[in-house]
Design a protein around this ligand. Structure first.
Ligand SMILES: Nc1ncnc2c1ncn2[C@@H]1O[C@H](COP(=O)(O)OP(=O)(O)OP(=O)(O)O)[C@@H](O)[C@H]1O
Length: 470
């Protein structure tokens, strides 16, 4: 597979993933939406329309895409994706991003609200298609996210004659290749490597985007790489940082990374997505978590589900055990090589695999619209100087945000098994103002009924309308 692609007019570019225009931008095909449990297209659009009329909803906007002064080719790209109206972040960020001279932006919006399209439209509208050189760079924390973003660039830019892209993720088949793609999307390590080997010319770069920016700047290794990459770009590069979370301490260095940026931020109490129904199961021992998981297998396969664990080893053990008992699952961890990872995520997107076990490597950004259930098999934690490991509310929010995308509903189920895990979960819920529903392990039929009902409802009918009270 070639990392460098050129798009033909009126035809989305070829990429690592098929990129047919559909409302699933990541290359997943329509058939995934065909489950009898999912609503007819018409109902889905009517409900999305309702959500977009509600000023309290993150998908609300007063404007139409046609009000945003985008070139016709991009309007066509938007239509190819079946987007009818912008979301709040798209409506607010695009005018700020598109103004000249270009200004930096720090943009925050809940998971699944369309941040990718906001920064991709800005990039595409700033390209000079007559120049065959890198002009925009997007950095993402994982290979899978970089590939997904590239897919959006290619579909959205599918009507721009001569658009070229480059996927900068580790790939032995492209060793030594000179990068000529106008839009480069990759992980910081590979991008730095390409620049060091002079395969990537950074002098013509006009836009730099950090997706999942808080994560990229916060982690020591990644943050250093991002800073080094930025140091290679022209001084006046437009720097754009996007994430669903920007903890206070990160906003400090975000300002240094994107000086004088316009900013769109959210109140801490407003971070959660209302369509994601939060539930938990209280089991008595660590070993009972497995049995609880197995009880959920049927519900997990109604559409697609992701199970998050803390360690690669747990992912491997769980998958071996589940497979040996006849449950079909796939696993994606940093322990696999690049082509294996590509094949796992592609199968999951295509609906060929319905249950994915993974670590935090896929906690952020991944957009697979059929995911109706996220399971926190282990509660996310992070190291804190002098305090050991503490609950990680940001990662929790990103993990559960793999469901409930763009107004859809989803279930987030967290397993607690002892005092410590209970306290960690409680602290996360408090921090995020989540009021989870306890599922009763004595009545599995009821659990099944409740969860099925949520999954069946497809779209969150109205903001604030909770399925469970108390
Ligand atoms: N205006 C729109 N109308 C309809 N669907 C949209 C619109 N904008 C984006 N989407 C769809 O919404 C889904 C979520 O978008 P996206 O992945 O950009 O979310 P995000 O805000 O980046 O989420 P995360 O914080 O999890 O990375 C995608 O499937 C995308 O195609």
């Amino acid at each position: 597979m070639d990392n460098q692609t050129q798009s033909a007019p009126a035809q989305p570019a070829q990429s690592a993933q098929p990129t047919e225009p559909s409302d699933q931008t990541d290359g997943a095909s329509e058939f995934q939406m065909g489950s009898s449990l999912l609503e007819p297209e018409f109902d889905v659009n009517v409900k999305l329309n309702d959500l977009q009329q509600d000023p309290n909803n993150p998908l609300y906007s007063v404007k139409e895409f046609s009000d945003l002064n985008l070139p016709e080719s991009l309007q066509k790209g938007i239509s190819a994706l079946s987007f009818t109206k912008p979301s709040k972040i798209q409506e607010r960020a695009l005018p700020l991003l598109l103004q000249n001279p270009p200004q930096n932006l720090i943009g925050q919006s809940q998971s699944g609200t369309g941040k990718t399209a906001a920064f991709v439209l800005n990039i595409l509208s700033r390209l000079d298609l007559t120049l065959q050189q890198p002009q925009a760079l997007v950095l993402a924390p994982s290979r899978e996210l970089a590939r997904q973003i590239l897919g959006v660039v290619q579909v959205m830019g599918g009507f721009m004659e001569g658009l070229t892209t480059y996927q900068a993720v580790p790939d032995p088949s492209t060793r030594g290749q000179q990068v000529t793609g106008q839009v480069v999307v990759g992980t910081p390590g590979t991008v730095m490597d390409l620049a060091r080997k002079k395969q990537l010319n950074t002098r013509g770069m006009k836009v730099l985007v950090l997706d999942e920016a808080d994560n990229m700047l916060d982690q020591q290794g990644l943050g250093d790489q991002c800073k080094r990459v930025k140091g290679l770009l022209p001084k006046d590069v437009q720097t754009v940082l996007f994430s669903a979370t920007f903890p206070e301490e990160v906003l400090g260095f975000a300002d240094l990374f994107a000086p004088k940026a316009n900013s769109i931020t959210l109140e801490r109490t407003n971070l959660t997505v209302k369509g994601i129904k939060q539930m938990y199961l209280d089991v008595s021992r660590d070993s009972d978590k497995y049995n609880a998981l197995i009880k959920f297998y049927g519900l997990m396969t109604i559409a697609s589900s992701i199970i998050f664990v803390r360690r690669r080893e747990t992912a491997d053990e769980l998958s071996k055990r589940m497979e040996s008992e006849g449950h079909h699952v796939v696993t994606l961890t940093g322990g696999l090589d690049g082509s294996e990872r590509d094949s796992v995520i592609d199968r999951f997107r295509e609906g060929k695999a319905k249950v994915l076990i993974t670590t935090n490597v896929l906690a952020r950004g991944i957009d697979v619209q059929t995911v109706t259930m996220v399971i926190n098999y282990d509660i996310p934690d992070k190291p804190a100087p002098g305090r050991g490991y503490v609950p990680d509310a940001e990662t929790f929010l990103h993990r559960v945000g793999r469901t409930g995308r763009f107004g859809k509903v989803g279930v987030a189920l967290t397993l607690v098994h002892d005092k410590r895990s209970w306290e960690m979960f409680r602290s996360i819920c408090q921090e995020l103002s989540i009021d989870p529903t306890k599922l009763d392990t004595d009545d599995w039929d009821e659990v099944e009924r409740v969860v099925k009902n949520i999954i069946k409802s497809g779209r969150n009918a109205k903001v604030g309308g909770t399925m469970f009270e108390g």
